[in-house]
Write a protein that binds this ligand. Structure first.
Ligand SMILES: Cc1cc2nc3c(=O)[nH]c(=O)nc-3n(C[C@H](O)[C@H](O)[C@H](O)COP(=O)(O)OP(=O)(O)OC[C@H]3O[C@@H](n4cnc5c(N)ncnc54)[C@H](O)[C@@H]3O)c2cc1C
Length: 461
């Protein structure tokens, strides 16, 4: 039994850990020259996670720190440590981009065509992430007239400074909220320009007494408290998610109370009053935004960009903003499959494909594709799903089975959250099946893949 893992991001590295723990041989194929996935490729100012990292890090190697959220470089270094510690690094083939994968149903094997040759394996685990390489850049009227620089965050390096320059940062999601304070620190002036407001929650980023206590105990060899802490943080986040969605007026009131003292009534109405209800979209977590707003280092504006001029931007309100650099934090495009797949000679249509338990796409044999959680930490679902995949593989090894699959089904799209980037690709997005989208509940019940739902075939002679 052998497995090819695609991608050396969080999913691929976790897959390597669980495959080794189950004595299954594997190779990881990674397109880039380094590991880390998004934590390798997103290098803009302030790139960091917004899930508590004690919970987002792997359960088998929780990351201990006095800070709740970690920066990109720390997360990548952590992933490198994990890959080294568990012997995953030597299994990774870097600079090896998968372009096509073909399942030969007679031989019950995948042939994986890459920029570095063809690899074969009985099973695939796909951890190719869900963001396209090309970012989302809206078409701005007269963008080509602008004499300054327009750059998307995904192409921006944190090494760059904009001393003495007027910078406009366009966006209102997590990227803009993470980047704004850090960009302001290296720019002459910074305007945070949002088309419409979103919900933002500011934290101090200092781990509280409970987290510190659990981490102390962990360092003394007592591991259970950190396990409980992770479960508790997940339960807390799930209850907040459900509570905010159930009681939107209360949730709106909560956010008003959170921002009013820092920005005042007028700014609250203009810039912190979203059109949608809390947790219909991911909530951006800010660090240091209030202080920068108070100090005048960041100016906020809420309006659509009507057009660019030689020297700046004209807003739909008629106001003009002069700028030298326009940084677009306008998000990314979703893509769930980075390469084409074939079942013998027939191309597999992946549009609207059902994802049983968020792990097994319908009609694709011997193929696992763990879909982590979107409104919580990715690993909270990706890791339990990988453990489910291992249970299936071990079952097949024990019984001498050659193929596993689930039936293809047509389902309605019911995304857990509905931000613009999800709505843009809703028509083709995979349909999750057999999960509640609430990690606490899923981890107790739903990730247990019922063997009766799977189709097995014996090893071909
Ligand atoms: C800035 C930013 C902040 C985020 N913050 C959080 C957060 O706080 N909490 C959270 O839960 N999630 C967050 N996410 C989402 C994040 O994508 C997931 O948490 C998680 O890291 C996904 O890991 P992955 O390994 O599945 O995918 P990725 O990290 O996208 O890695 C995929 C890997 O596959 C490789 N690959 C792709 N195509 C091919 C191919 N054809 N052949 C070979 N290799 C290929 C890529 O090069 C990459 O290394 C954030 C994302 C971004 C961009």
């Amino acid at each position: 039994m052998n497995v090819i893992v695609i991608g050396a991001g969080m999913t691929g590295i976790a897959a390597g850990y669980y495959l080794r723990a189950n004595n299954i041989s594997y190779t990881v194929l990674e397109a880039k020259s380094d590991l880390g996935g998004v934590w390798n490729s997103h290098r803009w100012h302030g790139a960091r996670c917004d899930s508590d990292f004690i919970k987002y890090s792997f359960s088998f190697r929780p990351f201990l720190s006095h800070r709740c959220l970690q920066r990109r470089a720390q997360i990548q270094a952590y992933l490198r440590d994990v890959a080294q510690e568990f012997g995953i690094l030597e299994h990774i083939r870097f600079n090896t981009r998968v372009v096509k994968a073909v399942f030969d149903s007679r031989r019950q094997r995948w042939s994986v065509h890459t920029t570095n040759g063809v690899f074969t394996a009985q099973f695939l685990i796909n951890g190719n992430g869900y963001f396209a390489d090309e970012p989302y850049v809206p078409a701005f009227k007269d963008g080509e007239r602008f004499k300054g620089e327009i750059i998307h965050t995904s192409q921006l390096s944190e090494q760059r400074t904009f001393v003495g320059k007027k910078v406009v940062l366009v966006g209102s999601g997590s990227t803009a909220i993470c980047a704004a304070p850090e960009l302001a620190a290296v720019s002459g002036s910074l305007v945070l320009l949002q088309r419409s407001p979103s919900y933002i929650y500011e934290i101090s980023n200092q781990a509280g007494p409970l987290i510190r206590l659990c981490q102390n105990l962990y360092q003394r060899g007592l591991r259970t408290p950190v396990r409980w802490l992770r479960g508790y943080l997940q339960l807390r986040d799930d209850l907040i998610f459900l509570g905010f969605r159930r009681f939107p007026r209360l949730a709106r009131w909560f956010f008003r109370q959170h921002w009013r003292p820092a920005v005042g009534e007028q700014a609250l109405r203009e810039h912190f009053n979203p059109r949608y209800n809390p947790w219909q979209q991911r909530i951006a977590v800010a660090i240091g935004l209030k202080e920068k707003l108070r100090a005048g280092a960041i100016t906020m504006k809420t309006a659509e960009i009507e057009r660019f001029t030689d020297s700046g931007i004209v807003l739909s309100t008629g106001e003009s903003i002069d700028c030298d650099v326009c940084v677009l934090a306008t998000g990314l495009n979703l893509r769930f499959f980075a390469f084409d797949m074939y079942l013998d000679n027939a191309r597999i249509a992946v549009e609207r494909i059902n994802f049983y338990k968020g792990l097994l796409p319908g009609g694709i044999p011997n193929y696992f594709h763990p879909m982590g959680s979107w409104h919580s930490a990715w690993t909270q679902r990706a890791e339990p799903l990988l453990r489910s995949a291992m249970r299936i593989l071990c079952h097949m090894r024990q019984r001498g089975l050659g193929v596993v699959s689930v039936p293809r089904q047509e389902l309605e799209a019911r995304p857990g959250i509905t931000p613009t980037y999800v709505m843009r690709s809703l028509a083709t997005m995979p349909r999750l099946q057999g999960t509640t989208n609430i990690p606490t509940i899923d981890n107790l019940f739903s990730v247990r893949v019922g063997r009766a739902s799977l189709r097995f075939a014996a090893v071909a002679q």
